[in-house]
Unconditional design. Sequence first.
Length: 181
Amino acid sequence: MDSAPVLERTWAQKSGLGWVGKNGNLINKQSGSFYFIATLITDLELEYDDPFAKDYCGSCTKCIDACPTDAILPGKIIDGSRCISYFTIELKEMLIPDNMKGQFDNWAFGCDTCQDVCPWNRFSKPHQEPAFQPIPAILDLSTQDWLDMTAESFKQLFRDSPLKRAKYEGIQRNLRFIQQD
Ligand code: SF4
Ligand code: SF4
């Protein structure tokens, strides 16, 4: 049962899998930060690894410099009230504040800028999982096609997609917002 939040990246760091970067993501030297973290909650006593002790961000500030909305604060804190991912995925049934206009760099669902610029992601490898391939029917949609999409088509196209999290109304709101840029 999903009854309480689990801060996966912190447990992953405690499990020796990598460090939390300035962009707030778990990073490891072999794969960067483009992967999922899986959590298994059990009361079995297992052998465990030591926490990951190092931090290989060093003096790099690429994610901070590249963030379109200046959402990355000192101390590995992401300001949710400025982050595009928060606004476009998590903000429910509300308008995106006017003071964010012109800053979204055309992101309509989430934002990967702070991971795209991270030097450790040079070591990421493309996945081989067919279920993660883009839905072919949406690859050639124009902005107008997206804006004209009905709630019924959205439901059918994205029945197995994370876009369901933002819902039809959320995606339409996001599209209209970036249109005002
Ligand atoms: S997801 Fe985008 S907006 Fe949010 S902190 Fe990263 S670069 Fe900034
Ligand atoms: S871009 Fe640089 S500072 Fe940001 S998380 Fe990656 S290594 Fe760390």
